[in-house]
Design a protein around this ligand. Structure first.
Ligand code: FAD
Length: 495
């Protein structure tokens, strides 16, 4: 058996959320097995957005041994139970995509089938009445529950998160180098990256390079030309403006995604302030109009200058190429509609750790990594497109464009299968589970024409008992939960 060759020099280029999430995880997991060096430039800075997350981040922080209350204090985080989608199917209507499950699934059929059978029998309570996280979010209540019965994520200040992770990574032996990368040296024989050249005539050599340089993608694209798959024909928004405002009310445990004439807006409440932003499609709205719409709609005093951002939705064709792995925005970008970017960073970092070469880099590891990472991105892509495609909005040119655009066959299949049968199948460790797809499909107006026959095996009294019991469990649990803001104050105050 081959012995791993130690130590391995791992160089992380870039110190945004991606860079520090990578460096912290590598330094903590590998200890002396690897020398982790991170290069960043304060002068260039970070993108400065990325505040809403999804539940796997809770597990990520636990893997790294992070104390949750410390983390929440340091990042001014609030809890998040889902996203409220407003005006997406039609103006004036909203629906909630919650974390966790709804009702109780049978092994052969999800709860939606039993709920639909109930509807057919005259039980008219909304689907969301059977979801603990959804009801807790709407009541603005939160508490940790035994056995992780409450599924949650965080709304956080990403700049503070990077700072928190930096302290951790440096404490675990990672080295930070301040400097601007001015060139990338390739090995003349292998074509791999040999070193980063920094201003001041410095040279940082390494065995494995992680490109966390954001949209610039200096290593993976600039030096290695890994290629980019453009997905703007499916997700046409290409601009954003972000601004932070003072809080005007206690934080709610959810993010708001509010559709507008040519895109949507986010509102993310943190402990100390609110994050706001607008995402728009420049073919249908000018950057000035987007900025004005944002400024007209924010509630509190603005705390910073608005931050305009242009992007091209898509994925780096090879996320791992030669001895370089793209993590974060350098690997591609999809708009933050379902808060998935930080999650993709986390997936990439954990995958790097699982596939860390024990000697020479194996082309099979690279192929496997790229396959898995791309599958994640394509599944998320389809889920995002669903929000635009399955809409009854025809009130503006942008929404008419979205409703008529062609979508990937994989998504068409899912929509039509759900419409015909109410069925959703989660494939290959897919991020979004059945309940997520069901909530968004129904919220966007895709109504199943039939349901699984197993639901009809319940006698009327059994069905009534099942639905009443599930609803009652949810409302009893929610009634006993504390107020979200008060819970955070207590939880984070307890040092
Ligand atoms: P950056 O933050 O851009 O960091 C790049 C790093 O590389 C910086 O440290 C920079 O200094 C360094 N660098 C670049 N060039 C050089 C050089 N020449 N020399 C030295 N250093 C260099 N994600 C979510 O999960 N939830 C959200 O709600 C969310 N909202 C978003 C909203 C918008 C509008 C956008 C655009 C993104 C959003 N994201 C969100 C994505 C999230 O912001 C990013 O995934 C995350 O911040 C990671 O960025 P990054 O570290 O890859 O890049």
């Amino acid at each position: 058996m081959k012995q791993p060759s130690l130590p391995r020099r791992i160089v992380v280029a870039g110190g945004g959320t991606a860079g520090w999430m990578t460096a912290a995880a590598l330094a903590r997991t590998l200890g002396p097995v690897a020398q982790v060096t991170l290069v960043e430039s304060e002068q260039i800075g970070t993108i400065g957005v990325g505040e809403s997350t999804i539940p796997p981040l809770v597990a990520y922080n636990r893997i790294l041994g992070i104390d949750e209350a410390d983390f929440m204090r340091a990042t001014q985080a609030t809890f998040k139970l889902g996203i409220n989608f407003e005006h997406w199917r039609v103006p004036g209507e909203s629906y909630f995509h919650s974390f966790g499950g709804t009702g109780k699934d049978h092994w052969s059929a999800g709860f939606q089938h039993f709920w639909m059978h109930g509807r057919a029998q005259g039980h008219d309570a909304p689907y969301g009445d059977y979801c603990l996280e959804l009801q807790a979010a709407q009541a603005s209540r939160f508490s940790h529950l035994p056995d992780d019965r409450m599924n949650y994520a965080y709304q956080l200040d990403s700049g503070l998160y990077a700072k928190f992770l930096r302290a951790m990574a440096e404490g675990d032996g990672a080295t930070r180098i301040e400097g601007r990368i001015v060139a990338v040296d390739l090995d003349g024989t292998s074509g791999d990256i040999a070193a980063l050249r920094l201003d001041g005539d410095r040279r940082i050599e390494g065995d494995l390079f992680i490109d966390c340089t954001g949209f610039r993608a200096l290593l993976i694209e600039g030096a290695l030309h890994a290629g980019y798959d453009d997905w703007t024909h499916w997700l046409p928004c290409d601009g954003a403006v972000a601004v932070q405002t003072a809080s005007v009310r206690p934080p709610v445990p959810y993010t708001r995604a509010i559709a507008h004439d040519a895109g949507w807006q986010w509102r993310i409440p943190l402990q100390h302030r609110q994050g706001n932003g607008i995402v728009y499609c420049s073919a249908f709205m000018t950057p000035d109009a987007a900025l004005q719409m944002l400024l007209d709609s924010v509630e509190g005093e603005t705390l910073v200058q608005p931050n305009p951002i242009r992007f091209r939705t898509g994925a780096r064709r090879r996320q791992w190429h030669r001895n370089c792995v793209a993590v974060g925005l350098s690997g591609g970008f999809m708009e933050p509609l379902e808060s998935t970017s930080i999650h993709l960073i986390q997936r990439a970092v954990l995958r790097i750790l699982r596939m860390l070469p024990a000697g020479a880099i194996s082309p099979r590891d690279i192929a496997e990594f790229n396959d898995q990472q791309m599958a994640d991105m394509e599944q998320i892509r389809d889920f995002l497109i669903l929000h635009y495609k399955a809409t009854d909005r025809r009130d503006t040119p942008f929404w008419r464009h979205c409703a008529s655009m062609s979508v990937p066959d994989s998504l068409t299949h899912r929509i039509e299968l759900f419409r015909e049968t109410g069925r959703i199948f989660r494939k290959n460790e897919e991020l979004f589970a059945e309940n997520s797809w069901v909530q968004v499909m129904m919220g966007q107006g895709v109504t199943p024409q039939s349901y699984h026959p197993v639901a009809a095996k319940l006698r009327p009294q059994e069905l009534e008992h099942l639905l009443a019991t599930l609803r009652e469990q949810v409302s009893r649990t929610v009634a006993a939960l504390p107020d979200h803001g008060a819970y955070i104050a207590r939880y984070c105050g307890a040092q």
